[in-house]
Design a protein around this ligand. Structure first.
Ligand SMILES: Cc1ncc(COP(=O)(O)O)c(C=O)c1O
Length: 335
C-alpha cells in the first residue's frame, strides 16, 4: 500500500492531537562506538503529557472515540507501575473525563512512581487483590473479565483494555510506523533493526501492521517483558490483522509471523528486576545520560545488548531502539 493511501485511510478515524511529531530519532555516539555499529533511539519517551511515553499515541485515537461516544468515565487497568494507566488518567483529565484505574493487587502502603502521579492527577484508583497471577489466561479472557468487574464497580464508562490493546489504539503505532519509515529513509538508514518492548503487544502489533503494509525495509523485533499471557503471539497476530482490515487491507498474520522473543529477558516475572536490566539502565545512563525504565525498556534494552553481543542482529546493521518511556517507575525501585 502506498503511504498516501495509508495516510488517507488512517485520517478516516477521529484523533486528538496530543503531542508534537515526529519524535526525534537520536544517534547515540558513545554506545555506537562501544558496539561498533550505529545505534539510535526513537524518543517516544519525549511524548507528553505527565511524563509521557508510548501510550499517548494510542490514546489519541481512543480518547477521540470516547469523546464521540459522549463518555463521562474512562476505565482502564494494568500492573501497579502501569504507565498506560498514568497516561490514561492524564489524558482523561485533559478531556474532562473521569479516570478510573483498576489494579488487581493489594493497595501498597505507600504510593510511589506512577501511582503517586495518578494521585496527583486525581484519578480514582481501585485496588482489587485477585490472587492468581502468572500467565493463566489469554489477554482477551483477562480483558473480558475486567470489563465485567468495571461495570459492577463504576457503571457506564468507556473501557480501554490494558495497554490500550485494541485495533483503534494500535492505529497510533501504525502512524508511528509511517513516521519511522520516512525518518529512516530521509536519514539514509538502511536495513536497520527496530527493537521494542512488548507488554500488551499493541505497540508491536501496530508497527507490524504498518511496516508490512508499507513494505518497509525495517526489521522489527519485540522483546516480551512480562510473560503475562497465554497465547501472546496469537493475540498480537489477531490484532495486527484487524488493524490491516480496518484500513481496508486484507493481510492476515499468523502467530509465527510475529517477531517476538518471549520469556528470555523477563527474569522471574513482570516488574521484578533482573541484574541484566539494572546493568542496561546504568549503561545507557552512563554512556549517553539517557534514562530507561526498570519494567519495560530496561529489560528490552538488556535483550538488545545481549542479542547484539551474540551476533543475533547481524554485525553492521544499524539498530533503532524504540524508547517507549516509563521513567516514573524508576522512583518505585531502590536500585
Ligand atoms: C514504558 C513502556 N514501554 C513499553 C510498553 C509496552 O507497550 P505495549 O503494551 O503496547 O506492548 C509499555 C506498556 O505496556 C510501557 O509502559
Amino acid at each position: 500500500m502506498n503511504v498516501n493511501a495509508l495516510r488517507s485511510k488512517l485520517d478516516e478515524y477521529p484523533r486528538l492531537s496530543l503531542a508534537q511529531y515526529p519524535t526525534p530519532l537520536q544517534f547515540l555516539p558513545r554506545l555506537s562506538g562501544e558496539l561498533d555499529r550505529p545505534i539510535y533511539l526513537k524518543r517516544d519517551d519525549e511524548i507528553g503529557p505527565a511524563l509521557g511515553g508510548n501510550k499517548t499515541r494510542k490514546l489519541e485515537y481512543l480518547m477521540a472515540d470516547a469523546q464521540q461516544r459522549r463518555a463521562r468515565k474512562i476505565v482502564t487497568f494494568g500492573g501497579l507501575q502501569s504507565n498506560h494507566a498514568r497516561l490514561t488518567a492524564a489524558v482523561a483529565q485533559q478531556c474532562h473525563l473521569e479516570p478510573h484505574l483498576f489494579y488487581f493487587e493489594r493497595r501498597p502502603a505507600q504510593l510511589t512512581g506512577n501511582l503517586l502521579i495518578n494521585q496527583l492527577l486525581g484519578a480514582q484508583m481501585h485496588f482489587i487483590p485477585f490472587g492468581g497471577g502468572g500467565a493463566s489466561m489469554t489477554l482477551e479472557q483477562t480483558i473480558r473479565l475486567v470489563r465485567l468487574v468495571a461495570w459492577l464497580r463504576v457503571g457506564a464508562h468507556y473501557f480501554i483494555p490494558v495497554g490500550g490493546h485494541t485495533w483503534r489504539g494500535c492505529l497510533g503505532y501504525l502512524r508511528a510506523a509511517i513516521e519511522l519509515d520516512e525518518q529512516t529513509r530521509a536519514a539514509g538508514i538502511e536495513h536497520a533493526w527496530l527493537i521494542v518492548a512488548a507488554g500488551s503487544g499493541g505497540t508491536l502489533a501496530g508497527l507490524l501492521a504498518g511496516l508490512t503494509l508499507l513494505n518497509s525495509p525495517l526489521r522489527l523485533l519485540g522483546i516480551d517483558v512480562g510473560r503475562l499471557w497465554q497465547g501472546f503471539p496469537d493475540s498480537i497476530a489477531r490484532l495486527a490483522s484487524e488493524v490491516c482490515s480496518r484500513l481496508g487491507a486484507l493481510h492476515v498474520f499468523t502467530s509465527d509471523q510475529v517477531p517476538l522473543i518471549e520469556g528470555t529477558y523477563v527474569g522471574e516475572r513482570y516488574a521484578v528486576l533482573t541484574q541484566d536490566c539494572i546493568e542496561a539502565v546504568r549503561r545507557l545512563a552512563r554512556s549517553e545520560g539517557i534514562l530507561l525504565d526498570p519494567v519495560y525498556t530496561g529489560k528490552a534494552f538488556a535483550g538488545l545488548l545481549d542479542l547484539a553481543q551474540r551476533g543475533q542482529l547481524g554485525s553492521r546493521e544499524p539498530i533503532i531502539f524504540l524508547h517507549t518511556g516509563g521513567v516514573p517507575a524508576l522512583f518505585a525501585y531502590d536500585r
